[in-house]
Design a binder for this molecule. Structure first.
Ligand code: FAD
Length: 262
């Protein structure tokens, strides 16, 4: 089974800055780490490969520093990695990101399964997996808590939707987004980290893919982030009533009347 796992590098700390004009995250020079949910997607892929054989290929669109995250993923057991990196991709929204990933997956070729994390923890949309499935016209299952290979044409997925669990059967090739509950990602041993440095990592720019230039980057992105801000936290303050019962009752009545509740 040939499995592509799409992974995103996200900020390694909460101290992030935003471009004042585009409102996009400034990724240049930012220390990054793998999106936590993507670790679960890699672990799920490696376990599937251990059961049925095949290969696990990582795919990420991002700046050059994303190579570090791709090496981390290969230390977790992936066999190879592709980085999609170009100024032309900067400022892409989820639609443009999904489109570029879709074109890269077509170029990788002969893919049976495409795994995503449930969502990225920096922008939190959870849209990229479903968009790639739509672009590739493939069946998809989101929120997977369990993936079981049935035969070389099908997988069975348990979707954990909180109140209910749904079991679906997908015909391959297919797209799955993986929940944190699916597994415990494995520890990267020093030997595995060393081995990851010798695994193939290929970089493709926009010139290496067949792309409609009107569908990529800031200009090709119909979503505009208008404002990014932390909402004021609503504060609740307790007000003590007087100890003496009559005074307490009067104070309470005054408060209720002042609030228009009586
Ligand atoms: C504060 C902020 C808010 C934003 N809001 C929006 C918005 O509302 N709408 C919008 O269209 N864009 C938005 N963006 C842009 C957004 O960050 C990018 O489009 C991003 O590439 C994908 O969106 P996401 O992070 O929400 O990914 P999600 O859809 O949450 O990611 C799901 C999974 O897709 C995969 N994935 C995501 N990005 C990549 C990648 N670059 N390479 C490989 N795999 C990937 C990973 O497996 C990930 O777990 C926002 C950016 C910021 C900084």
């Amino acid at each position: 089974m040939k499995i592509v796992v799409c992974i995103k590098q996200v900020p390694g700390s909460n101290r992030v800055t935003f471009d004042p004009v585009t409102h996009n995250l400034v990724r240049e020079g930012m220390a990054g780490r793998m999106n936590p949910f993507d670790e679960n997607a890699i672990e799920a892929a490696v376990r599937l490969r251990e059961q049925v054989g095949g290969e696990v290929v990582l795919l990420s669109m991002g700046p050059d520093a994303t190579k570090e995250t791709l090496h981390d993923g290969m230390a977790m057991g992936a066999d190879a990695a592709y980085l999609l990196s170009s100024r032309a991709f900067a400022g892409s929204d989820t639609l443009a990101t999904g489109y570029v990933l879709d074109q890269a997956i077509r170029k990788i070729g002969d893919v049976d399964l495409i795994l995503f994390g449930r969502q990225a923890v920096d922008a939190d949309t959870g849209q990229v997996g479903p968009i790639v499935a739509t672009e590739l016209d493939l069946p998809q299952a989101t929120f997977a808590a369990k993936i079981k290979p049935l035969d070389d044409q099908h997988v069975v997925v348990n979707r954990d939707l909180g109140a209910v669990t749904q079991t679906v059967q997908l015909t391959l090739p297919a797209v799955i987004t993986v929940r944190a509950e699916a597994n415990q990602p494995r520890y990267e041993s020093p030997v595995a980290i060393q081995q990851s440095l010798t695994k193939p990592l290929t970089t493709w720019t926009d010139q290496d893919l067949t792309l409609d230039t009107h569908r990529i980057g800031q200009a090709g992105s119909p979503t505009i982030v208008r404002k990014v801000y932390a909402p004021d936290k609503a504060t609740r303050a307790a007000k003590p009533l007087p100890q003496e019962p009559k005074a307490a009752a009067k104070a309470l009545l005054d408060i209720l009347q002042a609030q228009g509740l009586l």
